[in-house]
Design a protein around this ligand. Sequence first.
Ligand SMILES: C[S@@+](CC[C@H](N)C(=O)[O-])C[C@H]1O[C@@H](n2cnc3c(N)ncnc32)[C@H](O)[C@@H]1O
Length: 212
Amino acid sequence: MSTEPLPVRVLHSIVAKPAVYNLLQRVAGVEKSRARVRRILADTSGVLLDIGAGTGLYADLLPTGAHYLWLDNDPEKLGGFRRSHPQKLALLGDASRMPIRDGGVDYAMSIAVSHHLTDAEFDSFLRTVARVCRLGFIFLDGTDQPQSRVSRLLWKYDRGSRPRKPEVLREFLERYFVIQSEELYRIYHTYLLCQAVPKPVTEVPEPRAAGR
Ligand SMILES: C[S@@+](CC[C@H](N)C(=O)[O-])C[C@H]1O[C@@H](n2cnc3c(N)ncnc32)[C@H](O)[C@@H]1O
């Protein structure tokens, strides 16, 4: 049973509707993020796994010849994605226990997901992403900027309640990846966008202890 107050629960269930979510994202300036992600994806080929893909807002950005694979744990989002992209492959599942073999996809991407995960879940998620993706990982999320009133207000009503500072996100990523490029940019939140490659298995540390 959710501990959120009723008005917040009602708000979240409205925003969870795929059409409402997409409209709000457009109002919130998602095209600026899409333009940046489009530039990065221009160099991809093979299979790209979009983890926590939601409504599939970034599915149309892949170059011709690359294949998009949707993954999320929300059945309502799956229904919406299937209706709007009937030809694309989709997996319903948890980001930290993905049913994909080692190196099973060429690229992975995770946009606006890490703030939904606890530290232990985020660590386990990144470990799994590094295991399944062969060539590269594209990471994007809003960051914790307590000095910005707008950002603080938006996080207050966001379903994911764990925004992290850019340096904390980097520290998590660098356990399992080598960051090749990164950009911080501002819309209402300040966003961190990174391109990274998985570290060789021999350099991967033990899983981070729960609660750290
Ligand atoms: C803010 S939405 C972002 C959706 C999409 N990436 C985008 O940028 O429009 C976060 C998504 O992460 C998904 N999600 C959260 N925790 C997850 C988990 N443990 N495994 C898989 N998906 C998860 C949610 O269902 C939701 O669709």
